[in-house]
Design a protein around this ligand. Structure first.
Ligand SMILES: C[S@@+](CC[C@H](N)C(=O)[O-])C[C@H]1O[C@@H](n2cnc3c(N)ncnc32)[C@H](O)[C@@H]1O
Length: 268
């Protein structure tokens, strides 16, 4: 297939990518037929997958608003994805125009598109890096220039840790990020799970292996452990629609059918 102008040179057009599959599920335009085919195959096993992904994006908005209202004006958004509606800098800067945001993603399409929409925004930037190498992120000159790590930062790990395999020790990656920030900082995590899901979710999980970032489904206890000793903000680690809903529509009829958990914690 021909490479569209928004896709950077050198990307593998014959392999689906997690960021473009997610983009498709949340209604974005930056995906290829190969991504949509995989998305439809995943959806055949897990019909609630698009709903879960939209619930993830909705939680992102509520969480960023909560954080700005709590006085946070610096965000490190890891696994930020292809920009779509309600990006972190838009939500944060709508409430505080001085809010600073660093986006980090491993995917070249996500990075290229983020760079394009951020041109002319002095308070936001994007870095291509692997969340499993936190020092590459923390030592990046753009991160050092834009974020003041002597002041509280919100570290967002939304929909990304399930792409970090056990061999890469996600708990240690998170701990290294936690150590790099000062008390008063926050950590938000959303993570896919098989808890309470039909067994077909395991077929969908296997299909994700067609991308370069296969999903690892983890239990509520495993996900809760990533917060280490930080204090969870009410209501704790819950199914996505149940995290501080702002309207009854945020919750829906069966919030427990969401295939992911989300939570936010503060460094004391
Ligand atoms: C499901 S999207 C989540 C986007 C956004 N955080 C949200 O919650 O709406 C996951 C993103 O994580 C990125 N990703 C996967 N593995 C990664 C890694 N090891 N390091 C950085 N980004 C990664 C993917 O490229 C994708 O863009």
């Amino acid at each position: 297939m021909t490479r569209p102008s928004w896709a950077p040179e050198g990307i593998d057009l014959d392999r689906p990518s997690a960021s473009r599959v997610y983009d498709y599920f949340v209604g974005g335009m930056h995906n290829f037929e190969i991504d949509r085919t995989l998305a439809r195959q995943i959806e055949a096993f897990t019909p609630n997958v698009a709903e879960t992904m939209r619930a993830n994006r909705d939680l992102l908005r509520r969480c960023v608003r909560y954080l700005v209202d709590a006085g946070i004006d610096q965000f490190l958004d890891l696994g930020s994805g292809i920009p779509t509606v309600g990006n972190v800098h838009e939500v944060a800067q709508a409430r505080n125009p001085a809010a600073r945001v660093i986006y980090v993603d491993i995917d070249p399409v996500a990075v290229a598109h983020s760079r394009a929409i951020l041109s002319g925004n002095p308070n936001a930037a994007v870095v291509q890096a692997d969340v499993a190498a936190p020092e590459d992120v923390l030592d990046d000159p753009q991160v050092r220039e834009l974020l003041d790590l002597d002041r509280p930062v919100a570290v967002l790990l939304l929909g990304v840790l399930h792409f970090v395999p056990d061999e890469a020790d996600p708990a240690d990656c998170v701990a290294r990020l936690q150590q790099a920030v000062v008390p008063g900082s926050y950590l938000a995590i959303t993570h896919a799970t098989a808890d309470g899901q039909p067994t077909e979710v395991l077929e969908a999980q296997k299909l994700s292996g067609r991308t370069s970032t296969e999903i690892v489904l983890r239990s509520k206890d495993q996900i809760a452990a990533y917060f280490h000793d930080w204090s969870l903000i009410e209501p704790g680690l819950v199914h996505l629609p149940l995290w501080r809903p702002e309207h009854p529509a945020d919750v829906g009829a069966h919030p427990e059918s969401s295939g992911a958990y989300g939570g936010l914690a503060r460094k004391g």
